[in-house]
Design a protein around this ligand. Structure first.
Ligand SMILES: NC(=O)CC(=O)C(=O)O
Length: 301
């Protein structure tokens, strides 16, 4: 049985595996160059990595944090907001602006926040990382985002009127299948995760998580990492990739700076859902449908 079209027409997605450093102004300028490269390559949706405007690390969040409220912020409050809006408008692309450290001036709380802009340069979505990256693998890596950051509190579904709906979440959020499942069951054709796995968790879980969320939900899944920099405090895994709804890896970057592309089509979703019709075979008489429970799609006040 054919499924309703989740994706209204084919869309070309580009992942910009950006090499950023400690100079924010340079990071923004460099991101702009590569967003233009991606658009020249035919991309309609362009994705930047987690913390694309700063080094990734708890020590850096306060130094690089920008204020997004009141909205829209001034150029002084948030140069990254203004740079992203301009990049989207210049290239006429949907731009998922990776993430940036954010400071809420009213609460003095810090967040890891992703901003999505329309081809007109308008902000269409904000996602604050819901699941903070707190891990401790002895002898390998200890990272405690919660020592500095506060978590977001919603699932972020973005309607791109020409194409359909996508969900945006950040890195560690991918490890929580419930978020992906809810977004997919609410009709998203793709789940997009700016992320920055590392040299311990990257080889173990990066691709596996991408394929798992695609397989569970029969949607496209995109993960966009920073390029690896062995001189930085945090060594990003790289390997930005896109999985199709059959969980095949369509494209995968290496470790260095690179732009990779994938064409997403409704046929890809239909192939998976018609051939393996789990959407019609679920047993909500045996277990609950998490997407019908109490979910939050708006920021709590
Ligand atoms: N950086 C993250 O948020 C997550 C990560 O590196 C991992 O889950 O592994």
């Amino acid at each position: 049985m054919a499924t309703a079209a989740l994706l209204k027409k084919p869309v070309k997605l580009a992942l910009v595996q950006l090499a950023s450093g400690s100079d924010k102004t340079r990071n923004l300028t460099h991101a702009r160059e590569l967003v233009h490269t991606a658009a020249a390559g035919g991309a309609n949706i362009v994705v930047l990595p987690e913390c694309f405007n700063s080094p990734y690390g708890c020590d850096h969040f306060p130094t690089y944090a920008e204020t997004l409220l009141p909205s829209p912020p001034s150029a002084t409050q948030s140069p990254s907001f203004h740079a992203l809006a301009a990049m989207a408008a210049e290239t006429k692309t949907y731009l998922i602006g990776g993430s940036i450290p954010e400071l809420d001036p009213s609460t003095k709380k810090y967040y890891n926040t992703s901003l999505t802009f329309s081809p007109a340069g308008k902000l269409v979505a904000t996602h604050r990382k819901v699941h903070l990256f707190d891990i401790d693998i002895p002898g390998k890596i200890r990272f405690q985002e919660s020592e500095i950051l506060s978590p977001g509190n919603k699932i972020s579904i973005v309607d791109l009127p020409e194409y359909g709906k996508i969900a945006v979440a950040i890195c560690y959020d991918i490890r929580f299948p419930e978020l992906a499942m809810v977004a997919a069951r609410k009709g998203c054709f793709a789940l997009v995760y700016p992320g920055a796995f590392n040299l311990t968790t990257g080889p173990l879980h990066w691709k596996l998580q991408g394929q798992a969320r695609a397989l569970d939900n029969q949607v496209y899944v995109a993960l966009c990492s920073p390029a690896r920099d062995m001189d930085a405090g945090y060594h990003a895994w790289g390997h930005s990739l896109v999985c199709d709804p059959m969980a095949r890896v369509m494209v995968e970057a290496g470790e260095g700076e690179e732009v990779v592309y994938a064409e997403l089509k409704n046929e890809g979703i239909e192939e998976a859902r018609t051939g393996i019709p789990i959407y019609e075979q679920r047993r909500f008489d045996v277990y609950p449908d998490v997407s019908q429970g109490e979910c939050r799609f708006e920021d709590a006040v």
